[in-house]
Write a protein that binds this ligand. Sequence first.
Ligand code: HSE
Length: 434
Amino acid sequence: MMRTRPLKVALLGCGVVGSEVARIMTTHADDLTARIGAPVELAGVAVRRPSKVREGIDPALITTDATALLKRGDIDVVVEVIGGIEPARTLITTAFENGASVVSANKALLAQDGAALHAAAEQHGLDLYYEAAVAGAIPLVRPMRESLAGDKINRVMGIVNGTTNFILDKMDSTGAGYQEALDEATALGYAEADPTADVEGYDAAAKAAILAGIAFHTRVRLDDVYREGMTEVSASDFASAKRMGCTIKLLAILERAADGESVTARVHPAMIPLTHPLASVREAYNAVFVEAEAAGRLMFYGPGAGGSPTASAVLGDLVAVCRNKLAEATGPGESAYTQLPVSPMGEVVTRYHISLDVADKPGVLAQVATTFAEHGVSIDTVRQQGRQDGGGTEASLVVVTHRAPDAALSGTVEALRKLDTVRGVASIMRVEGE
Ligand code: HSE
């Protein structure tokens, strides 16, 4: 049965994503009506700059008073694509108080205040959907929340930031340094004028917090995620990675402890073997590798940013939420029943690749090896090369360790720095995906 009274949608924000959402709602109106079982009508668009020309949007729908739009009393669904914490948080709360379900692309807000927003949705018997908050167009939140709801996810490892993947891919393929690759990303519109959120890993950490909560049915907040950016990754790190048959990616890694009693969540650059599926993710693409007990290994791949891809995810949520409204039902809410603690980074078990500049004289290798042993870290491989620039008295020493707690590895590096024979620590990088 087709309902003729339309479902009314309020759009909060009309930038790159919002304008695409509005355009697709208009151009695909008949298909959306058929798929939902009722027409969807854009009832209002809240913006900051009303004078800006917005092609394809009736100027009568534009308002600067988002609160008044939400309090009209006839809005069924609110699409929030403003981003940031405020005013988005207050507006989403107002939407729930006024009977509207919410579709949001706001990773920062969900990572910080997801629990409170989910509680508000549940209290009012409404939906909060957020597929677009993680990895743009890639269907990931819904597969993890719904398709894998009967399985047990033990590990998630992914590239969830397109800007940094573009920069690292350029460094890998051209030998460019970080700044040169960043400049190219900025010129091509991949990096924002202030790239801090991307290059320092904040964007990826917010996505990691959201994914960890879904994967492990627990609450993981942004502050629980260990974060290292990729601004220190150098051309010589890539040269070392190549010698090991690896490349370097900024990874979000979420793991359930072997005893199942805790989880870890981290974002940092890491070397991964060229044979790993994530190594072949090029340019600004995202990809997420999910390991579940029964399903095995699943890979989700696609465009993780941009107006149209993100709008695709928003529209998918909009259709789902509208269907729920018509059925007078709600979809899955927050599932945080396991309440697992998030362990600190020091307890994460990983491998290190450490490149040292050392004095090239008898006993140095033994001294370095002893330092690893004293911290309980087992060495996997060592490669030493004498250097001409040191007049034959210096050497580069590259050590790759076996798996060990991160605290033991960083303690080892601290002790190495104090040795007279270690002239410098040229690079330290974790090795993953083996
Ligand atoms: N700036 C992000 C990225 C997209 O580069 O992937 C939005 O999260």
